[in-house]
Design a protein around this ligand. Structure first.
Ligand code: PMV
Length: 348
């Protein structure tokens, strides 16, 4: 009998500068548009996957973040989270030609399901640990592609290092060819540009509307076609801003894209509203600071927490200012992070 194999991987969350919003094909996780993000060095998921021929079913054990000073008790997950993990393990098992079930243990060091891309970090770590534990030999492109198929599309951007773009093939949509060509690549390594992302956490609780449901509703918004028409120019501006390290161009572009994504949410049928009063407080403060010469810019994923992007030397000042705002529970400061990596492998 082949011995069970185990691997541990760490993957970062990422913040989308240009958002992936809306799916053309739900089964294959294919987007309408390309997206660009930055990996976060301090918001990490660590996942161990152990394939064990003696297991009858996949098992999922989660250690979710419970606050800056709190312990993180382990709990056994069932229902939808286990189904999603098991489905992704099933894809990897089919690729490797094995039937073994697995024990998955996953720990986050930041709040889950609160618009801080916890599912991106989780699916990137799960896929990489699963691939390593099965001894599959995949390059970064294939790894990103298989990660995307896991259902949290943005996870494919947590595989490459630093600044990453999830590209969509040119031409009309075709599910089969797009499925084979939709993955993320690194635009620049972390050391290319020392930016910071200070996340102002205004609600550490689980968000009420998951992005999976809302991707399906995007196309019901009358504003969605206008958003898609604007995106090629915004993607080009973002690539250019990263290449030239132009913070003002990057900032103006990411703020416009965040507002555009949330307008789609607010005009979908039914509509959804992620922002709360704390979100607005942070947006107004960032705009005032910016007008006074502190170059910081906001962006918001599918949640109420605000990511404030700035040059690394301004990070400490922004952390202090953001933490002092009414409605901000705590802040999470990040530099630009590496991509997903394997940290341990063993034959049990
Ligand atoms: O990858 P998902 O299904 O969790 O969706 C991510 C959606 C956003 O975070 C709002 C945008 C993005 O590109 O990360």
């Amino acid at each position: 009998m082949t011995p069970p194999r185990s691997a541990t991987a760490i993957a970062p969350a990422n913040i989308a500068f240009i958002k992936y919003w809306g799916m053309q094909d739900v089964a294959r996780t294919l987007p309408y548009n390309g997206s660009i993000s930055m990996n976060l060095d301090a918001c990490l998921t660590t996942t161990t996957v152990t394939f064990d021929p003696d297991l009858a079913e996949d098992e999922l054990i989660l250690r979710l973040y419970a606050g800056p000073a709190a312990a993180t008790p382990a709990r056994r997950a069932a229902g939808r989270p286990l189904e999603r993990v098991s489905a992704q393990l099933g894809r990897l098992r089919a690729l490797a030609g094995v039937g073994w079930r697995a024990r998955v243990e996953s720990a986050n060091n930041f709040p889950s399901d609160a618009g801080i891309a916890s599912s991106a970090a989780a699916f990137a770590a799960l896929t990489l640990a699963g691939v390593a534990a099965l001894g599959l030999d995949l390059d970064e492109r294939e790894l990103s592609l298989w990660t995307r198929r896991g259902g949290s599309g943005s996870a494919c951007r947590s595989i490459p290092s630093g600044y990453a773009e999830w590209c969509v093939p040119g031409g009309p949509f075709d599910a089969t060819s797009w499925d084979a060509e939709s993955y993320a690549v690194s635009l620049a390594p972390p050391e290319h540009w020392a930016l910071a992302d200070v996340v102002a956490v205004v609600d550490a609780g689980v968000k009420k509307i998951g992005s999976a449901e809302n991707h399906r509703l995007a196309a019901t918004s009358a504003y969605f076609p206008a958003r898609l028409a604007e995106l090629p120019a915004r993607l080009a501006a973002t690539r250019d801003a990263i290449a030239r390290r132009d913070l003002e161009l990057l900032g103006a572009t990411i703020e416009a894209d965040a507002v555009s994504m949330h307008v789609v949410c607010m005009t979908s049928r039914p509509p959804s509203f992620y922002w709360n009063s704390g979100t607005m407080t942070v947006i107004h403060a960032v705009r005032e600071w910016h007008a006074a010469g502190l170059y910081s810019y906001f962006t918001i994923d599918a949640g109420s927490n605000v990511h404030v992007i700035c040059a690394a030397p301004d990070r400490a000042q922004l952390e202090r200012r953001l933490a002092a705002l009414p409605g901000v529970q705590f802040v999470l400061g990040n530099a630009v992070g590496m991509g997903a990596r394997v940290v341990e492998m063993s034959n049990l």
